[in-house]
Design a protein around this ligand. Structure first.
Ligand SMILES: C[S@@+](CC[C@H](N)C(=O)[O-])C[C@H]1O[C@@H](n2cnc3c(N)ncnc32)[C@H](O)[C@@H]1O
Length: 270
């Protein structure tokens, strides 16, 4: 198998940084080469230079998207960092909103969007929030968005979902689909997915009452992080809740935020 030369690696990293903000340090060279190698093999290419030429030319946008799909890290699961859902629930119990718009801004396979939808559906059912709620999930990766729209998951990814919620919101697969679950159409109709690059200007999407931007900032450098956070926060209404991954620390953004808990903030009303 071909080896990835430092210079080619640097130019792949620059291409990805410029297009979608991902920052690949030199230490990530083995990861980049191992993720691209099977694709190159499939295309009959044995030189990373040839693959770079393919994804950097304008003639094959599909192959560039394929490289994005391969180089993004999409790990996620239902009710990840449960303290954030508890905080959201407590806040909604306190404010009893009649309408609620939520954005999962790096949604990956949709686990975060559907976890939120389960919580909101249950709260609406109990009359704790109004029935006019919706969730939007966006991501840069086509592959994860296609999967999110299908809303089919290995049961293991729903390990943090209570048995009652599983019964209420999921359909269990049988036969060939044993071990898989599909989100109930009732919930799926409240959750939309679309492609959005956090590193480009965001057309008016919101305003949202709650924004999740969790476990994506770690892949960006400091400047990109700050720009992405400020850009995303333009879509959050003042007073709205903003969540980042608990391991992602405090972001030095220009938008004033009040810290509520690890990874949880309120956009200050100016
Ligand atoms: C690790 S997943 C996080 C999923 C979920 N938010 C969570 O916390 O479980 C990170 C996601 O960010 C997406 N991503 C990376 N760069 C992006 C960009 N520039 N714009 C939009 N999404 C991006 C990746 O495709 C990936 O699905």
């Amino acid at each position: 198998m071909a080896s990835l030369h430092d210079d080619t690696f640097r130019r792949i990293a620059e291409l990805m940084h410029g297009a979608i903000g991902l920052s690949f340090a030199q230490s990530k060279k083995p990861l980049v080469s191992s993720r691209l190698a099977p694709r190159m093999q499939r295309l009959g290419l044995d030189d990373y230079e040839d693959y770079l030429a393919l994804i950097s030319g304008h003639s094959d946008a599909g192959e560039f998207q394929m490289a994005v799909d391969l180089l993004t890290t999409n790990e996620t699961y239902f009710f990840r960092e449960p303290a954030h859902y508890e905080l959201l629930e407590a806040e909604l119990v306190r404010t009893k909103p009649r309408t609620l718009a939520v954005w999962s801004a790096a949604s990956s396979f949709g686990d975060e969007a559907f976890s939120t939808a389960m919580l909101l559906a249950d709260m609406a059912q109990l009359g704790r929030i109004g029935s006019d709620w919706s969730v939007l999930g966006t991501d840069i990766s086509d592959r994860v968005l296609r999967s999110a729209t299908q809303a089919v998951y290995p049961q293991e990814r729903l390990r943090n979902v209570t048995p009652e919620r599983l019964r209420r919101h999921c359909l269990r697969g049988e036969g060939e689909s044993d071990g898989m679950v599909q989100i109930h159409p009732r919930l799926r109709e409240r959750v939309r997915f679309g492609q959005l690059n956090l590193c480009q200007p965001i057309e008016a999407l919101g305003p949202f009452d709650v924004v999740f931007l969790r476990n994506v900032l770690i892949y960006f450098d400091t400047e990109t992080k700050r720009d992405v956070v400020d850009r995303v926060l333009t879509q959050l209404r003042p007073g709205g809740l903003f969540f980042i991954g608990t391991a992602e620390g405090r972001v030095a953004c220009k938008t004033p935020l009040q810290s509520l808990a690890p990874g949880a903030f309120r956009k200050v009303v100016s």
